[in-house]
Design a protein around this ligand. Structure first.
Ligand SMILES: NC(=O)C1=CN([C@@H]2O[C@H](COP(=O)(O)OP(=O)(O)OC[C@H]3O[C@@H](n4cnc5c(N)ncnc54)[C@H](OP(=O)(O)O)[C@@H]3O)[C@@H](O)[C@H]2O)C=CC1
Ligand SMILES: O=C(O)C1=N[C@H](C(=O)O)C[C@H](O)C1
Length: 265
């Protein structure tokens, strides 16, 4: 499968280039950065710490997408919406790892998915997607006498909060309780908050250092507490998940898919 990595010089972009180079059946068909980016013209392999791959970083996605079967996109919301339209026009697979997408961005991805095969997930790891299933089950089993709080920690460079994974886990908890997350979500507490409102789903965000990604879902009841935790130890995990998603999506019909579809969960 011929894959283009957009945001090729970013933390995930470099991991994706490494993962494509290491994956049998996949070739790097292009490496894209924004106009004016310092990495333009550099070899994508060298940028990723590999021997040269003969693929220079360019700011020309149209040409790259025309000669590709799929695009791996861990960039930023505005960029992802832009690439979704281009991927749909080129009829290629679009794997979206970007988080922090607004409801309007998500509507645009829905529209693009009429023509493109899009796989989007706030977390491409097997562990987190399994965890989401467990959270759904525990939330359904325990009921509202157990308060649900979701705690996440990431590196100091992360720009969105709560993380895409925390929101994915919150959706799973809300789903287990047959409620809408938007109506139960409490993402900020500061000052005289009053007591906790029953049935809400709380989020707490920590940022610092080089933490790749840690998430805990806490079910706090009277006299006991259940905590389910996932710790990512290597960004390559997400990159390998993205390639698995691209390969899975290649023979599918246009539509918007999740990692639960890819992993058969
Ligand atoms: N779903 C998952 O499993 C995971 C998701 N993520 C998500 O992936 C995203 C990226 O994370 P990370 O790699 O740490 O961030 P980085 O900031 O390191 O990388 C993002 C890259 O995208 C580039 N970029 C931004 N806009 C464009 C554009 N229009 N065209 C081309 N390139 C562009 C950035 O360039 P510039 O610096 O010039 O802006 C940068 O090189 C985040 O949303 C993060 O939450 C991360 C890990 C796992
Ligand atoms: O920005 C990151 O680094 C990560 N982002 C994703 C998220 O928002 O959950 C996935 C992972 O936790 C790393």
């Amino acid at each position: 499968m011929r894959l283009v990595v957009v945001g090729a010089s970013g933390r995930m972009g470099r991991m994706l280039v490494q993962a494509v180079a290491a994956s049998e059946g996949c070739t790097l068909a292009g490496a894209i950065e924004r106009e004016g980016a310092p990495a333009l013209g550099e070899d994508a392999g060298v940028l990723a710490g590999l021997p040269p791959l003969g693929v220079p970083v360019t700011d020309d996605p149209l040409t790259a997408f025309a000669a590709a079967d799929g695009v791996l996109d861990f960039t930023a919301p505005a960029a992802t919406v832009f690439y979704a339209e281009l991927a749909a026009q080129a009829r290629i697979v679009h794997v979206v790892g970007t988080t922090g997408l607004s409801p309007d961005d998500l509507r645009k991805l829905d529209a693009a998915a009429r023509h493109a095969r899009i796989v989007r997930s706030g977390n491409m790891s097997l562990g987190v997607n399994l965890l989401a299933g467990l959270v759904r089950k525990v939330a359904a089993t325990l009921g509202e006498e157990f308060d649900i709080e979701i705690l996440e920690m990431h590196h100091r460079h992360k720009v969105d909060a709560p993380s895409g994974t925390a929101l994915l886990l919150g959706e799973a908890a809300a789903d287990g309780r047959a409620v809408a997350l938007a109506e139960r979500k409490v993402a900020v507490r500061d000052g005289q908050t009053g007591p906790r409102e029953p049935g809400t789903i709380g989020f707490a965000t920590l940022r610092g250092g080089s933490v790749i990604g840690e998430h805990s879902v806490i079910f706090a009841g009277a006299g006991e507490r259940l905590e389910l935790t996932h710790r990512a130890e290597d960004r390559g995990l997400f990159a390998r998940g993205a390639i698995r998603a691209a390969l899975w999506a290649q023979p599918r019909e246009p539509g918007l898919y999740g990692m639960d579809d890819v992993l058969g969960l």
